[in-house]
Design a binder for this molecule. Structure first.
Ligand code: 0O2
Length: 243
């Protein structure tokens, strides 16, 4: 009988259950912290620059099922210490941006935050994977302050455009549908679709740049405003924003 099949006491079962709950909670807290950071950047951009570079944000703690599959694939034992050491994306945040230039802007801002340690950067935009996958991956370490200790937690941040995300979610479904053995013809079509998505991103970036240049050379006409009226108007707008 393998070690896994040895009967364990109720107390031992309860101890392991608590340990796993605490383990998962640590990654959830890290995601709460990084989400706050991204949301602050998003709101600040909206308020100060009246421009929002972030379309949407998703977070997830890797499911137990995915962890077990990954550990089995790597031929490693299911112990929390080994899982923590070997799986770097237990906590994942995906930031979807409007334009490729926004990806690097957000990445720089995150990397420059004093309490964040950048462990690794994988730029699959400059160097797409052979199947066409594109995204900027940052492996970050952020401190989580608990009641009795501070833990530095790994978080994988994937930053990509809407087009990259559309491609990746479809490819992910196809990959799992075929259990990793995607037929050659479909792989070629997916690669073509990735190139099309990439061309679309380049085109949108160019259009956006042209619009920005137009805005700079043709600013809206200045209107003479009474400063007191302007102040009152701005304060009222802030009230509305707060509701
Ligand atoms: P899920 O379900 O998203 O969590 P690793 O696989 O982490 O041991 P690797 O390949 O060096 O090692 O990691 P990398 O390149 O940083 O990729 C990790 C994650 O990026 C994946 O997590 C996917 O989310 C995404 N990714 C990477 N390559 C591809 C790809 O070709 N297609 C798609 N759709 N996503 C990709 P998981 O754990 O594989 O999946």
């Amino acid at each position: 009988m393998s070690e896994l099949h040895q009967p364990i006491s109720k107390e031992e079962f309860e101890r392991i259950r608590k340990e796993i709950t605490r383990f998962r909670a640590t990654y959830k807290f890290a995601l709460d912290e990084i989400s706050t950071k991204v949301n602050i950047l998003k709101e600040e951009f909206q308020l100060i620059h009246t421009y929002n570079p972030i379309e949407h944000v998703n977070t997830r703690v890797k499911s137990g099922d995915s962890i077990v599959k990954k550990m089995q694939k790597k031929g490693l034992p299911l112990s929390l210490d080994v899982i923590e050491k070997e799986i770097k994306d237990l906590a994942g945040i995906r930031v979807i941006c409007s334009f490729v230039s926004d990806i690097y802007r957000i990445s720089d801002m995150i990397q420059n935050q004093a309490d964040i340690q950048v462990m690794e950067v994988k730029d699959y935009i400059q160097n797409p994977k052979p199947n066409g996958y594109q995204s900027l991956h940052l492996l970050l370490q952020i401190p989580v302050f608990m009641s009795d200790r501070t833990v530095n937690v790994n978080v994988e941040m994937q930053i990509r455009t809407i087009a990259m995300d559309f491609w990746a979610s479809l490819e992910h479904k196809i990959y799992y549908k075929y259990n990793g053995n995607v037929p050659e013809k479909l792989m070629l079509e997916l690669k073509e679709a990735a190139d099309t998505a990439s061309a679309l991103d380049r085109k949108m970036e160019r259009i956006n740049q042209e619009v920005n240049i137009l805005k700079e050379t043709n600013p809206e006409e200045d209107v003479m405003i009474n400063p007191a009226e302007m102040m009152a108007d701005l304060l009222k707008r802030m009230d509305k924003g707060r509701k």
